[in-house]
Design a protein around this ligand. Structure first.
Ligand SMILES: [Zn+2]
Length: 385
């Protein structure tokens, strides 16, 4: 059935602020409803329903915000690259290489020629006349092919034209800025740069080894091994990584607190996979509502999505004009002390298992008063850990 002309969105919002599903079902097919379900209805009390400027906290346009967005990427100063690299959790040899990259001290052929070590400045892979750092890491055909397939299409030009130190900083400071398809992009990005350098050197002695798949497969393997090593180190409670204790098993909160672990579901078999970050925000929202209804005074919200925790902890530092986020902040500001913390997947297994129990055919929340049978074993392991 077609929608009547000039139907405002508010006509599809119920009195309790949620979507009026009985109305929407009449006009919209189910696959579109699934998209709508990911979007919180307009937040009536603090946000006007209007178009807004994404890069400003109050959604209003300003020349300064557009200048900052254009030249400072996304936040901060260029020299902050050192503080960002300091927190890099990849293996030390990659970290050292990244340090050299930002200092412009990698011995490319251009740099060797500049130091009068050789008189050949060209690239041995593509025979370009100049192999400098930009060419080695971005402009040579191999990094071009690899990165073009991983970077968001509308940011490809930006990815390949930023100054090197800004480029490195943005990829580590905001891993989701350029890539949405790969997990732990910051660690993978460092591994790709490292392997490009390794393969470039190996090519001199073994020309058959310069396969693109090798660079990517080696980088993904290094990323996975690094993440496993981090989880393994974090399993030892006395060890700190980056001056920050890591939690890989579920830990009970203090006696006066309640902990909410959230995760998002996926059902690959049916081709249905919700957008992870939004689904996690929804889970946080529903968890907060439950906690408020129980009059909880101290709440710890844990998610294995660094991006979600980063957004929730930023307190508006980054502009995110989302009614869902506004709703979460409004709930968190109610008479309750709320802390958002990241947890590794190993410490979030019950929440992960719970997401597999529900059907995506319905958008209604399901409340369990007792743990379902399917998660009892994991729950027992968490209690014993
Ligand atoms: Zn080249």
């Amino acid at each position: 059935m077609p929608l009547p002309d000039f139907t405002p969105i508010s006509a599809m919002v119920a009195a309790d602020g949620e979507w009026e599903w009985s109305q929407l079902h009449q006009f919209v097919p189910h696959d579109v409803l699934e998209h709508i379900a990911c979007i919180k209805p307009p937040f009536q009390t603090t946000l006007l329903y209007s178009s807004g400027w994404l890069w400003c906290g109050d959604c209003g346009f300003s020349v300064k915000s557009s200048y900052d967005t254009r030249y400072n990427y996304p936040i901060g100063r260029v020299d902050n690259v050192w503080s960002v690299l300091k927190k890099f959790l990849g293996v030390p040899r990659v970290k050292s290489f990244l340090w050299l990259v930002c200092k412009g001290c990698v011995l490319t052929n251009f740099e060797r020629a500049r130091q009068h070590l050789i008189d050949f400045t060209g690239c041995v892979t593509c025979c370009a006349a100049l192999e400098d750092l930009d060419h080695l890491l971005r402009l040579c055909p191999i990094p071009q092919l690899i990165c073009s397939s991983l970077v968001r299409q509308y940011r490809v030009h930006e990815f390949f034209t930023l100054p090197i130190s800004v480029w490195v900083r943005v990829n580590f400071q905001n891993p989701r800025y350029f890539s949405a398809s790969e997990s732990d992009w910051d660690i993978l990005f460092g591994a790709i740069l490292w392997n490009l350098w390794l393969f470039r050197n190996r090519r001199i002695f073994d020309p058959e080894s310069d396969q693109i798949d090798n660079v990517m497969s080696c980088s993904r393997r290094l990323r996975d091994e690094t993440c496993q090593a981090l989880a393994s180190v974090a399993a030892q409670p006395s060890i700190l990584v980056g001056a920050r204790p890591l939690e890989v098993t579920w830990c009970p909160p203090s006696a006066d607190s309640i902990k909410v672990n959230v995760d998002y579901g996926r059902r690959l078999a049916g081709g249905v996979t919700p957008c992870g970050g939004v689904a996690e925000l929804w889970a946080v929202y529903e968890g907060l509502k439950c906690a408020m209804s129980l009059n909880v005074q101290k709440l710890i919200v844990k998610s294995d999505s660094r991006e979600v925790i980063g957004i929730l902890s930023s307190q508006g530092r980054r502009a995110t004009p989302s009614s869902l986020l506004e709703s979460i902040r409004a709930l968190a500001a109610q008479n309750c002390e709320v802390v958002f913390q990241h947890v590794f997947r190993e410490g979030n297994r019950v929440a992960d298992a719970m997401t597999h129990l529900f059907s995506m055919d319905t958008f209604a929340m399901r409340l369990y008063l007792y743990p379902p049978y399917e998660v009892l074993e994991i729950l027992h392991a968490d209690v014993c850990s």
